[in-house]
Design a protein around this ligand. Structure first.
Ligand code: GLU
Length: 503
């Protein structure tokens, strides 16, 4: 049973083509638990069923794990004493154990009836209640016999176990039925391969999603039949969306790459997912990885569904193109906890780091070839405080990399053609042209002196400059904007306004 001196946990994703955020949450809990107890975090690839695009799909998982910042101790690329760590490379071992079970009378070949032909809604209902036997249903459509595990060797007994989250969990004997362990083609099923691996890999704690709770009683009987000690089970609460539905690829952005492509920082996503169903026991929300490890324990995992809210206008289309899915997510992030948290992490980035993280997002949008490196850094720095995603940040700094193609008509009307806007701009240009020290404080002082001397309103001077520089009425403080653009570029943009002959 539980031995915190030798913690060995695993994350066992199937290579489906994307890494699910719910899966990442599961991986994080395993990872934190292992790190907390000086244990071993194993990555195992559950690929008994996957044939098509296998290698790319595995790559997606490995890249996703690395991006989020979870190094595994044993598994693909790392090796380890209990490999191979791909189930597809362990078929001989499963067949050997199956034979052993057959010899001991705990497994038998049979062709079973399908659970009666049921209408789709009923199947759905059974699935929701965790009472649908996928493997049996599938085996029943196979004309050849499959190998079944005999659940009850004697008098049927309820399966009772202590779950670290659910506490005592009981499954009545009549709901735990014999199940397929090898299909007719000798391919092992999930409920079989998983147990063999968990035993062989000496897994001490099985931490996984609540959707597997219905499998656990079946797996427990198999552990017992194989004479192996039971690991501690911890089933993590479901993750609900803003409509109180379980998050699903049918309607929610579940692929981790979508968050990456929006410019959510991996450390922010890690922090956010850690708090989905767990809390440090106080009201801290922003925690470093070290603090999370320090505070982590299974007994503070909550049973109630975790809330992952986005501000959706409508559901995401399941087969949305990557670009459309990213656009959907960018629209749904504002005002959410994840967005706030990401903003907090963005604020903390040191300048060089900020540039490194933002660069791919900038390069996607702008031609940076002629832009001096200091301008890139300075532009990002002045927008850093209000940035919420790297994609949003990249969008906001656009004015620093290219002159406005045109001036917003409203800005022209309200700012340049009113309150002597063009005249104010002309006067300001003279002040700026004469300005030697182009630092932000010096520019601020020069503009303030000009306003004061001529008894003007600050806004009547700053706004026309702003429209000239940015093409519109919003930008960071005007002295910062001038400073980042540099003297030549600033004057060039002001002159471009006069070249339009607006008056
Ligand atoms: N491959 C399974 C899944 O992705 C693993 C479940 C388990 O952790 O046992 O759901």
């Amino acid at each position: 049973m539980s031995d915190l001196g030798n913690v060995r946990v695993r994350f066992a994703p199937s290579p489906t083509g994307y890494l699910h955020v719910g899966g990442v949450r599961t991986a994080i809990f395993n990872y934190l638990f292992a790190r907390k107890h000086g244990g071993t975090f194993i990555l195992r690839i559950d690929d008994t069923d996957v044939k098509r695009h296998h290698d790319e799909a595995v790559e997606v998982i490995l890249n996703g794990m690395k991006w989020v910042g979870m190094e595994w101790d044993e598994g693909p690329g790392k090796g380890g004493a209990y490999g191979p760590y791909y189930q597809s490379e362990r078929f001989d071992r499963y067949r050997e154990v199956a034979e052993q079970l057959e010899k001991s009378g705990r497994a038998y070949w049979a062709k079973k009836e399908a659970p009666k032909e049921l209408p789709a809604w009923k199947v759905e209902k059974l699935k929701k209640a965790g009472k649908w036997d996928e493997e049996r249903a599938e085996a029943a459509t196979d004309p050849e016999p499959a190998l079944y595990f005999k659940i009850h060797p004697g008098e049927p007994q309820d399966v009772v176990f202590q779950d670290a989250v659910w506490k005592e969990y009981r499954r009545p004997a009549d709901l735990v039925d014999d199940y397929v362990i090898l299909r007719s083609n000798k391919v092992p099923t999930y409920n079989f391969a998983t147990v063999v691996d968990d035993i062989d890999m000496k897994i001490s704690h099985v931490i996984r999603g609540e959707d597997h709770l219905a499998n656990t009683p079946k797996q427990i009987r198999l552990f017992e039949a194989l004479g192996a000690p039971l690991p501690v089970f911890a089933h993590l609460p479901m993750i609900h969306n803003d409509k109180a539905q379980k998050i699903s690829k049918r309607r929610d952005p579940v692929a981790v790459t979508l968050y990456k492509d929006c410019g959510v920082l991996p450390e922010a996503l890690f922090n956010f997912l850690t708090l989905l169903g767990w809390s440090p026991g106080d009201d801290r929300e922003l925690l470093t990885k070290e603090e999370m490890i320090e505070a982590f324990s299974l007994d503070r995992i909550k049973l109630a569904p975790a809330q992952f809210h986005l501000n959706r206008k409508q559901d995401m289309t399941p087969d949305a193109e990557a670009g459309a899915a990213v656009a959907w997510l960018l629209e749904a992030l504002p005002g959410t906890k994840l967005e706030w948290m990401n903003g907090e992490y963005l604020k903390k980035l040191a300048p060089a780091e900020l540039v490194a993280r933002a660069r791919p997002f900038l390069e996607k949008r702008y031609d940076l070839s002629g832009v001096p490196a200091e301008r890139i850094e300075a532009a990002l720095k002045i927008e850093q405080e209000r940035a919420r995603t790297l994609a949003g940040l990249a969008e906001n700094v656009g004015m620093f990399f290219a002159a406005p193609k045109e001036l917003a008509p409203k800005a022209v009307q309200k700012v340049l053609l009113k309150n002597d806007g063009l005249l104010r701009l002309k006067e300001a240009r003279e002040v700026l042209a004469a300005q030697g020290d182009w630092s932000a404080p010096a520019l601020e002082a020069a503009l303030a002196a000009h306003v004061e001397k001529n008894a003007l309103k600050f806004g009547h001077v700053a706004q026309p400059i702003r429209v000239a520089l940015s093409g519109d009425t919003v930008s960071p403080p005007i002295h910062d904007t001038l400073n980042v653009l540099g003297k030549d570029e600033s004057l060039r943009r002001i002159d471009a306004v006069f070249a339009k002959n607006l008056a």
